[in-house]
Design a protein around this ligand. Structure first.
Ligand SMILES: Cc1cc2nc3c(=O)[nH]c(=O)nc-3n(C[C@H](O)[C@H](O)[C@H](O)COP(=O)(O)OP(=O)(O)OC[C@H]3O[C@@H](n4cnc5c(N)ncnc54)[C@H](O)[C@@H]3O)c2cc1C
Length: 473
């Protein structure tokens, strides 16, 4: 391959890398894509977004089946959980999409390499050289005019611990042989609460430990409060403001000790413990030291066009500092970079318009400023809040808890943020993202027709409630 000069080589075949590669190819660029794994898709497809949501779907079905008689369905009152079946379904969903990606690589004439790639230094005469250690151990050299770094992230672990069959990260828990009867989850971000929700549905005794004073700490405070209320209702034991968490292995699992918010020592035993304490960028060994790129706490810093300090080298996805580590953020960054490399129209990512979705039960979808952030920024904040109890489709779905909250600027009715907790929140947040993107005002949304009966109608009522004019409450 040393004689071929590609227009671009992408390091990493996760959602950031493959999206960038496909779009670059659509623009007519000659693309090489290198991935260290034997399957494309990255964390998102293999160990993150997709497997967790497949399992959450099984958990949701299980929850419905347990109460089937409530919906007039009899004869399924004692359903049996087949854990291996749950894992097999998840693996089937993954396999289908891995195959889909392989097809897309071929369709877009992207040359793929299975191996670990690294930069060798700055471009010479406008051409970069990337060295790849192929899966069979053989070396390969790829030359390209541009390089896109998209090597993703790994689960962080608490200092002094190593993941194994009882102390788990997202990687181990997704292939666990049996569903645990008890689970302690350290960290209450999206990953932590999603796994807590899955295993609670499957009957485990679940405990959450969070160092901060609220659950899902990046969300609006009202959302955190509502999730706490609903998790308590589901008998998930949530402990906030914990300190000095320690894990000790026992014959039957683990004992976890911590200091509670009143300074009292606490402990709990469980079969398994999950560390869901964030993601570390995967930037070691990729040759950054041979370039002008100086990582900050491992993250690669970029400008708004995802350009690094090294000419011709871009970075996208979970390795980029100061960006939420989300698949859709990495993918959009990939689209921006592809357009820039091809000299086409592009728009930088606007941080205020990145949706955040958490697929626990109940779901959370949010975009834009929280009420506290809007107040801190000096806006005269006007809030509208509509509870799902007034939405007929929510009643049909038997999912009455939660609300839609709209944070707006009193002066011009600008929509600053929308925060949803409740049924299909992760789907209906898309409307709020579009409204923000198109700079719609509260008034415009109040006169936007929403089909009936839909959960999305709760957004219409929430926008109307900013002016105290919700119909259904
Ligand atoms: C349990 C869990 C659930 C999640 N759920 C969601 C969700 O619902 N929604 C959401 O938006 N986000 C979710 N995320 C986050 C999401 O998975 C990441 O934001 C996303 O995968 C990042 O994409 P990426 O392409 O930057 O990196 P990755 O997906 O990590 O992909 C990086 C790829 O680079 C390859 N690679 C690494 N080093 C090299 C190298 N030197 N050479 C070649 N290849 C290399 C790796 O093999 C990997 O395939 C979740 C994460 C976890 C852990």
């Amino acid at each position: 391959m040393a004689d071929t000069i590609f227009d671009v080589v992408v390091l990493g075949g996760g959602p950031a890398g493959y999206t960038c590669g496909i779009r670059a190819a659509q623009y007519g660029l000659k693309v090489a894509l290198v991935d260290a794994n034997d399957r494309l898709g990255g964390t998102c497809l293999l160990w993150g977004c997709i497997p967790t949501k497949a399992m959450l779907f099984s958990a949701e079905l299980w929850d419905h089946l347990k109460h089937a008689d409530r919906y007039g369905i009899e004869g399924v009152s004692s359903p049996k959980l087949n854990w291996k079946g749950v894992l097999a379904r998840k693996d089937d969903v993954i396999s289908r999409h891995v195959k889909g990606l392989e097809f897309l690589m071929k369709k877009n004439k992207i040359t793929t390499f299975k191996g670990f790639g690294k930069l060798t230094g700055p471009a010479k005469d406008g051409v970069h050289t990337v060295e790849v250690k192929l899966a069979d151990g053989k070396p390969e050299t790829i030359k390209a005019k541009k390089v896109v770094l998209a090597t993703g992230s790994d689960a962080r672990v608490l200092p002094g611990y190593k993941p194994d069959e009882t102390v788990l990260t997202n990687y181990e828990i997704l292939k666990i042989a049996e569903a645990p009867k008890s689970l302690i989850v350290i960290g209450s971000g999206a990953v932590g609460v999603e796994f807590a929700s899955i295993f609670k549905s499957f009957g485990a005794e679940v405990t959450i430990l969070e160092v901060l004073p609220r659950i899902v700490p990046v969300e609006d405070e009202d959302v955190s409060r509502e999730l706490l209320r609903q998790f308590k209702k589901r008998e998930i034991d949530v402990n906030l403001s914990v300190k000095d968490t320690k894990i000790e292995k026992t014959k039957t699992g683990v004992t976890v000790t911590w200091t509670d918010s009143n300074g009292k020592p606490q402990s709990k035993q469980a079969e398994k413990v999950l560390m869901a304490v964030g993601r570390a960028p995967r930037t070691e060994g990729i040759g950054l030291e041979k370039t002008s790129i100086k990582p900050e706490r491992g993250f690669v810093m970029t400008n708004e066009w995802m350009e690094t300090t090294e000419p011709g080298v871009y970075a996208i996805g979970d390795i980029v500092g100061g960006m939420p580590q989300l698949a859709h953020v990495g993918a959009m960054a990939g689209l921006v970079v592809a357009a820039r490399m091809a000299g086409q129209y592009a728009k930088p990512i606007n941080r205020a318009r990145i949706p955040g979705c958490t697929y626990c039960e109940p779901q959370i979808g949010s975009v834009g400023l929280t009420e506290a952030q809007a107040t801190e920024k000096g806006y005269t904040v006007k809030v509208g809040k509509f509870p799902f109890v007034g939405n007929s489709k929510a009643t049909i779905l038997d999912a009455h808890d939660g609300f839609v909250k709209v944070v707006s600027d009193a002066k011009y009715g600008e929509i600053l943020g929308v925060h949803i907790i409740g049924p299909v929140a992760t789907e209906i947040i898309a409307e709020a993202v579009t409204a923000l993107q198109l700079e719609a005002t509260v008034e415009e949304m109040m006169f936007t027709i929403h089909a009936h009966p839909t959960v999305a109608e709760a957004l219409l009522d929430a926008f109307s409630s900013v002016e105290g004019k919700a119909i259904n409450v």
